[in-house]
Ligand binder design. Structure first.
Ligand code: 13P
Ligand code: SF4
Length: 333
């Protein structure tokens, strides 16, 4: 999903959208920061990209482009702005730099990491290739540029099954998310060799949680991110990337829903769908929450923190990302 917010005088309209999420006392702190960020980004010609897990004040207040990892990668590749501020985690900013090597990409806090990206190194991929000669490597974008560079093709949660099937092979190595890999394995005939990475947020959800939601909230529709365990996904009504979840709500309009994913997701989406009742399942990504309005303002004011990718590594990583973008977003999105 994407939209633009292009008037610094528009903060009242922003608050109208999110007043059910942000108390007035907090808004009094956010509002001047939002106005300054929107003014400054226009002055310096920056574009702000924000992942769906960003806080509502960033998502609705200052983001020009919003989306899942796939959408952010695509839109970063298309943008004409010379300065990109990525409100998300480090691998997302690196991906923006990989697809746009001549532009300046900033991340407001360098500590915004990801447990999946931390679970695997380039040397691990080289060793896997040695162990399984000739087997193509499909890598989730939640990885470093160095890991992407050792990869045949990238994927996101929106297109993992389609990317694996696009290779037309019997066996793939799928890195690094074990749970997303299990989901892919359950939805394709292709043999999938797994790595042991986990998302520290999604691994917390259990099938018992899903059953408890159904008991406590009769009729609730359960939609889950594929970084959850297979037991959780099988107990859910729909599985999809963060953007896939939004599309599902737009099309299906269930009366009541629980989103088995990071907590800001329900907050952000509830502002777009006031007719849907959201049961909150709050598990927070501490890395995403390193990005605050103060950090975004500091990023624009001081052009920090610039994301650099070694050009040779970036060029090899780009091949894997471009190959993914050619496959496109599939029906399971
Ligand atoms: P999406 O690509 O579905 O937005 O997921 C990215 C992510 O990090 C989820 O934890
Ligand atoms: Fe990484 Fe999980 Fe946070 Fe997504 S939610 S950025 S996969 S730790």
């Amino acid at each position: 999903m994407s939209s633009s917010n292009d008037t610094d005088g528009g903060t009242a309209a922003v608050y109208d959208k999110i007043r059910h999420l942000v108390p007035e006392i907090e808004w009094a702190v956010h509002e001047p920061l939002i106005a300054r960020i929107n003014r400054l980004k226009r002055e310096v010609g920056a574009v702000i990209l924000a992942h769906n897990y960003q806080t509502p004040e960033i998502y609705h207040g200052v983001a020009d482009i919003k989306g899942d990892s796939l959408e952010l990668a695509k839109r970063a590749a298309e943008t004409e702005a010379d300065l990109i501020v990525l409100c998300g985690v480090h691998f997302m900013a690196e991906t923006a730099k990989i697809v746009n090597p001549t532009k300046t990409v900033l991340i407001p806090d360098l500590e915004a990491g990801c447990s999946l990206a931390d679970s695997i190194s380039a040397a691990d991929v080289v060793e896997l290739r040695r162990r399984y000669p000739g087997v193509p490597v499909v890598t989730y974008v939640n990885t470093s540029a160095e890991v992407k560079a050792e990869t045949d093709v990238c994927c996101t949660s929106a297109n993992a099954v389609e990317v694996v099937e696009s290779l037309g092979v019997e066996r793939v190595i799928f890195l690094p998310d074990e749970y997303l890999g299990r989901w892919v394995r359950a939805n394709t005939e292709v043999e999938v060799i797994l790595w042991h990475g986990r998302c520290e947020v999604h691994e917390k959800f259990t099938a018992a949680d899903v059953r408890a939601y159904r008991e406590q909230f009769p009729g609730v529709r359960v939609i889950a991110h594929p970084e959850c365990s297979l037991e959780v996904l099988e107990a859910s009504d729909m599985v999809g990337s963060t953007a896939g979840m939004i599309r599902y709500l737009d099309e299906q309009r269930p009366a009541k829903v629980v989103m088995i994913t990071e907590c800001s997701m329900s907050d952000n989406v509830s502002a777009e769908f006031p007719d849907i009742e959201f049961v909150r399942s709050c598990t927070m990504c501490p890395h995403m929450k390193k990005i605050t309005l103060e950090a975004v303002l500091g990023s624009l004011e001081h052009r920090r923190y610039e994301v650099e990718v070694d050009p040779e590594v970036g060029a090899r990583a780009l091949r894997a990302v471009e190959r993914m973008l050619e496959v496109g977003r599939g029906p399971r999105g």
